[in-house]
Ligand binder design. Structure first.
Ligand code: OKP
Ligand code: ZN
Length: 343
């Protein structure tokens, strides 16, 4: 399968608040370079660059005002004399009227974020846009008849909602690609999210829609980020009722129980009779991941890819999480190679 990659990801690197202090983010440029090196070493297939895409592809799933905010946030922040990363520090929470967008950048940063985990610096928008374009370019390969493609996106996207950034995410690459697939003729799409963290953003975007089934396997939100979504009783709303499937699992989950949840999700996907599958491929389910709590081995990712191939659908893999352990490249590529071997 082809891999789509943009070197522009390096324009984005930031900080995060960890254990009460500001540190370099776990979501850093070496991640994508490590995965790219493994792709090249594996002989998976050709690596190509992204095609620039229409802005309307982003506003097909995000609000116009949110995309405009992402475009201008850094210059508004810099205009106040600050030179370090822009981060929100106040959010509209329970009991506050949230409808009105503030005018000052410090208010707008909170209005459009779930947390302080998506810093905005001078190169952020260019990298974010390139990451979405990587996903769109890979989806175009699927629309053109490819059986599978790998969008090596960075920054990731699955925590980004209709008009919310957070958890290292800005534009929701997987959702943008899924919508693009629909706009290019697919009748139904399934999104399978195997990142350790619940894909709250993808759920938010498609929660009221029956054409996109969202299925996510993740750390139980009682104990794991993002804490405020990902429970099994979140099943969709209105016409989307029954088209959202969450599989929260406890810390320490290994392949045995993970595989049961994956099989359940794949049954749901089969019943959806989708024309294509988008996989939010986070490899932070790995036992040695520094911020996550499942116990998958590198071999388990081969098995995961094999099972996903069993769905028998044109499949777009979109890179999400997986943090700096040497194995993130091996684990991502194992999933893709397992898929290729089984299809
Ligand atoms: C992004 B992705 C918990 C800190 C959580 C944010 C994690 C974002 C994960 N100690 N910080 O889904 O891999
Ligand atoms: Zn994650």
């Amino acid at each position: 399968m082809i891999t789509v990659f943009s070197p522009k990801h390096r324009l984005h690197h930031g900080v995060e608040l960890k254990d009460g202090s500001v540190k370099p983010s776990f979501e850093e440029p070496d991640r994508a370079e490590t995965v790219l090196a493994s792709v090249r070493a594996s002989g998976l297939g050709e690596v190509m660059g992204e095609q620039p895409q229409a802005r309307s592809c982003y506003t097909a799933v995000h609000s116009e005002r949110y995309v405009a905010f992402l475009e201008s946030a850094w210059s508004e922040w810099a205009a106040t004399g600050r030179t370090h990363d822009a981060l929100p520090l106040v959010w509209p929470v329970r009991g506050m009227p949230v409808q009105q967008e503030p005018r000052h950048i410090d208010g707008r940063l909170g209005f459009y974020a779930i947390d302080a985990g998506a810093p905005i610096a001078s190169g952020t928008w260019e990298a974010v846009r390139a990451s979405a374009d990587v996903a769109l370019t890979a989806m175009d390969a699927l629309v053109g008849g490819a059986a599978a493609a790998f969008a090596l996106c960075r920054p990731p996207g699955h925590h980004a909602g209709h008009e919310l950034a957070g958890g290292y995410c800005y534009l929701n690459n997987a959702a943008i690609a899924a919508q693009h697939g629909l706009d290019q003729g697919a009748r139904r799409v399934a999104v399978l999210d195997v990142d350790f963290h619940h894909g709250n953003g993808t759920q938010d975007i498609f929660y009221d829609r029956p054409d996109v089934l969202f299925a996510s396997i993740h750390g139980d939100p009682r104990d794991s980020y993002p804490y405020f979504s990902g429970h099994a009783d979140e099943t969709g709303i209105g016409p989307g009722h029954g088209f959202n499937a969450n599989y929260p699992l406890p810390w320490g989950t290994d392949w045995t129980s993970y595989a049961d949840a994956l099989d359940s999700a794949l049954v749901r996907i089969r019943n959806h009779r989708a024309d294509m599958l988008v996989v939010s491929l986070g490899v932070d389910t790995f036992a040695d991941d520094p911020i996550s709590h499942f116990r998958l081995t590198s071999e388990d990712f081969l098995r995961m890819g094999q099972r996903i191939a069993g769905a028998g659908l044109p499949t777009l893999f979109v890179m999400e999480g997986g943090y700096m352990v040497e194995e993130i490249g091996i684990n991502a590529v194992n999933t893709l190679m397992g898929f290729e071997a089984a299809r």
